[in-house]
Write a protein that binds this ligand. Structure first.
Ligand SMILES: [Zn+2]
Ligand SMILES: [Zn+2]
Length: 137
């Protein structure tokens, strides 16, 4: 360690926490377990600590604000997802109903066609039956 900044012939037993100068036991200014070369540096340190406290308080405020923002964002996302889910499931239901109706209509059409074909086929078959009966006779 370098010699005392004020006394070149003495060992610098302490290092200033602000400017890093070495100072002897006589010159050192101690405050809250910190060593300073002068009262000016001690005041600087106090000012810095106060500022960092303010910064920490500001950061905490910002953090809580961002947390609130995050929560709001989360709520919005959930709401959007819920709305989208409701919308999609509603649409699905609707399309399912449409499909069901369409399939019913198709079945009706097809069954009508079948009935028509059956009606057409019936006399033919009865004719055939009659013909067969005639042949048998
Ligand atoms: Zn200093
Ligand atoms: Zn000294």
């Amino acid at each position: 360690m370098a010699n005392c900044f004020n006394h070149g012939d003495r060992d610098g037993a302490f290092r200033c926490a602000v400017c890093g100068k070495s100072v002897c036991e006589e010159c050192v200014v101690q405050e809250n377990n910190s060593n300073f070369c002068s009262a000016a540096c001690k005041e600087k340190a106090a000012a810095m600590t106060g500022r960092s406290d303010a910064v920490i308080a500001e950061k905490a405020k910002t953090d809580s604000a961002s947390l609130v923002r995050k929560l709001i964002y989360l709520f919005v996302v959930i709401a959007v997802i819920a709305a989208a889910y409701c919308f999609l499931s509603g649409e699905k239901k609707e399309s399912a109903e449409k499909k069901f109706q369409r399939s019913i209509q198709t079945i009706e059409k097809e069954s009508k066609g079948l009935v028509k074909e059956a009606k057409k086929a019936l006399p033919t078959s009865s004719k055939l039956k009659r013909q067969k009966e005639g042949l048998v006779k």
